[in-house]
Design a protein around this ligand. Structure first.
Ligand code: S3P
Length: 433
């Protein structure tokens, strides 16, 4: 386990070039693998999660060549043409790898086992198992509905309409990817619309996808290969943008990040808290994914309420938002956030433990977390709890401890590499600039 020491920040003013978007990188590899022909990907995420997807695809007979640090070339096999892997497909810590690949494998007449680390083995998989079974794939999970998953797919599945009980882009994507192998159209209806990377990128590949708010229909068909430069990861940028937001006179700019409307909740939250948020939209990546430069300027912040669709649109940023809320005047209430308990850790519980160590009063229920600000943070020894977002969120909290009050320690800091291997180096550069 790696331990990082982080000292309080002086004035923060700088630019951070964050790595490529993790969600888009997973999809680029997967869609490239089932397209027919050569696909090129640039600025791919170096996340360990994304490396797991590439490794699994290779094990299924796809030629995937990486040109470090961030480029790939793939020769796609075509829909339904994956090869049965020799061993278990190791999805490591990555829910996106496991759920999206379950959907792809469902449309192949092969058998495969998907497994992952201790954290992934605790996460709910029934949400993808049920719809994929209803489409005709054979899938077994553990009695608790968790990994390992044994998938035996079929070359032709049944199209269906699935009303998902959870707002999850991974569930929606698994069903849409399986739908490429169905005999007819497949529709997913979500309780609240989630990030639509899969829909946009399928369209980029020439697939007929019709979206209507919370309802998405995919028509089966082949995929054209593509060239894509992945935009920067707004979820990675969020840590630095939140840091800048916390104090008057602080500023951070992150150029070239993804601005998919299903992901920009963090910018709305920062704005609602009072921060100056400036977005300059550029050309969309691959012609389909909005992208641009984001700059945030700090101010005296106020507490906010986050609920419903906004919670979904900043789901991965809620840990850093909760840290920032400790600096705001008044209460910040994060509602409709039960899904946080199903992430790489139970994020409501991890937040409560860490925030209390930092001296922040907070309370929770099954679906809600309330943070009572403003607080003068005290230096602490914090545990990332095996969850990459906390390795990073606690580092920002440590930087927000008043200057002169001492360093904090983050145990398990290495887990940041699950999404952002260069995080501590980039934070160090920003704090030194
Ligand atoms: C993701 C969807 C979200 C998100 C995860 C990435 C994706 O998960 O939390 O980090 O790439 O589709 P859910 O679909 O479980 O909400």
């Amino acid at each position: 386990m790696t331990r990082e020491r982080v000292a309080p920040a002086g004035r923060v003013n700088g630019e951070v070039n964050v790595p490529g978007d993790k969600s888009i990188s997973h999809r680029a590899l997967i869609l490239g693998a089932i397209a027919r022909g050569r696909t090129y990907i640039g600025n791919a995420s170096p996340a360990a999660d994304v490396l797991a997807t590439a490794t699994c695809l290779r094990a299924c007979g796809v030629w995937v060549r990486d040109f470090p640090p961030a480029r790939y070339a793939l020769d796609g096999n075509g829909v339904g043409r994956l090869r049965a892997p020799d061993g278990v497909l190791d999805c490591a810590n990555s829910g996106t790898t496991m759920r999206l690949l379950a959907g792809v494998l469902a449309g192949n007449d092969i058998e495969a086992m998907l497994d992952g680390d201790e954290s992934l083995r605790r996460r709910p998989m029934t949400r993808v198992v049920d719809p994929l079974r209803a489409m005709g794939a054979e899938i077994e999970a553990s009695p608790r509905g968790t990994a390992p998953l044994r998938v035996h797919g079929r070359e032709v599945l049944e199209g269906l309409t699935w009303r998902s009980p959870v707002a999850s882009a991974q569930v929606k994507s698994a069903i849409l990817l399986a739908g490429l192998s169905a005999a007819g159209p497949t529709t997913v209806v979500e309780p609240i619309p989630t990030r639509d990377h899969t829909e946009r990128m399928l369209r980029m590949c020439g697939v007929d996808v019709v979206s209507n708010g919370a309802e998405v229909t995919v028509h089966p068909g082949p995929l054209e290969p593509f060239g894509l430069r992945v935009p920067g990861d707004l979820g990675a940028a969020a840590f630095f943008l939140a840091l800048a937001a916390s104090r008057p006179g602080w500023r951070v700019r992150c150029p070239g990040v993804g601005l998919n409307p299903g992901r920009t909740g963090i910018l709305e939250v920062l704005q609602a808290m009072g921060a100056g948020v400036h977005v300059e939209e550029g050309a969309p990546a691959g012609g389909v994914e909005p992208a641009g430069d984001v700059e945030v300027r700090g101010t005296r912040l106020r507490g906010v309420t986050i609920s419903g669709s906004l919670t979904v649109r900043c789901i991965d940023e809620l840990p850093i938002i909760a840290v920032l809320a400790s600096q705001a005047d008044g209460d910040t209430e994060i509602r409709d956030a039960g899904e946080l308990r199903n992430k790489e850790s139970d994020r409501i519980a991890t937040l409560e433990t860490g925030l209390r160590l930092l001296g922040v009063p907070c309370d929770s229920s099954a679906e809600t977390l309330t943070i009572h600000g403003p607080v003068r943070l005290r230096p602490a020894q914090l545990d990332a709890a095996g969850d990459h977002r906390f390795a990073m969120a606690w580092a920002i909290a440590a930087a927000l401890v008043p200057a002169g009050d001492g360093e904090s320690i983050i145990d398990g800091a290495e887990t940041a590499a699950v999404s952002y291997p260069g995080f501590f180096a980039d934070l160090g550069k920003l704090l030194a600039s």
